[in-house]
Write a protein that binds this ligand. Structure first.
Ligand code: 3PG
Ligand code: MG
Length: 403
């Protein structure tokens, strides 16, 4: 794959697609991991004398007006990016309109601008290739070259990720190159035992990756909201817990196939829950209840894996040579339900395995819970993108790039 080292960028306008989709509390960025991960490519381009124009998304705005939909504005990201780069970041208040045009026109060599959330233009995510293509053409007018570095969005067939690569000579940025190098280690010549930990709320989001991992992993640990569909499939009552009843047959089939292939499936043996979903804003105490999985009370919803499960999961990770972890074990945003996620993070830290944390939520969890990022092999910026890669799918944003 061509990278920015193969491009002559001095004096050129370089349009960069970054993934700056960070969690915000109002205008406060609660985890700037994706911004920091974007810095090496931007720095390199600036140092080499490029004019850098960054396009990116934040959340999934329904409207088209950045003022009316201010919570989706990239304005706070521009401020943080300027701090990290140690230089001003000009901010355009639209995507390809008058503000963007004036901002780009004013850039000098070695200067950088960020355009407003590209998803304020509905053509960005349109299913209609012609509509997307037209918008991509507008974006492409801002650049002489295109650099794709938004790894977390490369699984999206969007104008700024996919179509724009058709319009301009292009290359991958350092973040994409790094992420792909790591994912290769999880798919080719994997060091064994290879243990995968999956969490998160919806089992339906993880079916593809489980399907593929049944041929690759030695052991699969399941936590998070999706675990209750597994527990129900095994005949346990799960109270008021999250359940995807329609997925039970699929889950049963996976459990059967895992057995046939000798892949060990590890489910929690106990859970921590409460009669109400906790208040994540006030973080008010929530009267947590711990119960074995065969005795979850009818009025309780499970919100984390329990203490015996934490020990079990740590033991199942201890001998791993390769670990991939995607998805928190519980509602880690509330202190009563963070211990499961913390225990898995600690097991990765204690392990001598090559450990990869994938997914916006688990990556944010690791940092929010105060772990040192350097204690992990790699913290990926891609949730869906990593999962789809591991599913063996072709990722549009990568397929579009020149070799
Ligand atoms: C992410 O947060 O996973 C990426 O930024 C992609 O965002 P999306 O899921 O809204 O396309
Ligand atoms: Mg086009």
């Amino acid at each position: 794959m061509k990278t920015i080292d193969d491009l002559d960028v001095a004096g050129k306008r370089v349009l960069v697609r970054a993934d700056l989709n960070v969690p915000l509390d109002g205008t406060r960025i609660t985890d700037d991991g994706r911004i920091r991960a974007s810095v090496p490519t931007l720095k390199a381009l600036l140092e080499r004398g490029a004019k850098v124009i960054v396009t990116a998304h934040l959340g999934r705005p329904k409207g088209v007006d950045p003022e009316a939909d201010a919570k989706y504005s990239l304005a706070p990201v521009a401020v943080r990016l300027a701090e990290l780069l140690g230089k001003p970041v000009a901010f355009a208040t639209d995507t390809v309109g008058a503000s963007a045009q004036a901002t780009v026109a004013a850039l000098q060599d070695g200067e950088i601008a960020l355009l407003e959330n590209v998803r304020f233009n509905p053509a960005e995510t349109s299913k209609d290739a012609v509509e997307r293509g037209k918008f991509a053409d507008e974006l492409a007018k801002f650049g002489d070259l295109f650099v794709s570095d938004g790894f977390g969005a490369v699984h999206r067939r969007h104008a700024s990720v996919y179509d724009v690569a058709e319009d301009l000579p292009n290359a991958a940025g350092y973040l994409i190159a790094t992420e792909l190098g790591v994912l290769k280690k999880l798919t080719e010549d994997v060091q064994r035992p290879y243990v995968v930990v999956l969490g998160g709320s919806k089992v339906s989001d993880k079916l593809g990756v489980i399907d593929n991992l049944l041929d690759k992993a030695d052991r699969i640990l399941i936590g998070g909201g999706m675990v209750f569909t597994f527990l129900k499939a095994q005949g346990h009552e799960v109270g008021k817990s999250l359940l995807q009843e329609d997925q039970i047959p699929v889950v049963l089939e996976y459990l059967e196939r895992a057995k046939a292939k000798g892949v060990e499936f590890v489910l929690p043996v106990d859970v921590i829950g409460s009669t109400e979903f906790p208040d994540l804003k006030t973080k008010a105490p929530s009267s947590p209840v711990t119960s074995p999985v065969d005795a979850i009370p009818a009025d309780v919803l499970g919100l984390d894996i329990g203490p015996e499960s934490r020990k079990l999961f740590a033991a199942k990770l201890a001998d791993a040579a390769t670990i991939f972890w995607n998805g928190p074990m519980g509602v880690f945003e509330h202190p009563d339900f963070a211990d499961g996620t913390r225990a898995v993070a600690q097991a990765l830290v204690d392990s001598s395995a090559f450990s990869v944390v994938g997914g916006g939520d688990s990556a944010a969890a690791v940092r929010i819970l105060g772990f040192d990022e350097n204690a992990f092999g790699h913290i990926s910026t891609g949730g869906g993108a990593s999962l789809e890669y591991l599913e063996g799918k072709s990722l549009p944003g990568l397929a579009a790039l020149e070799n």
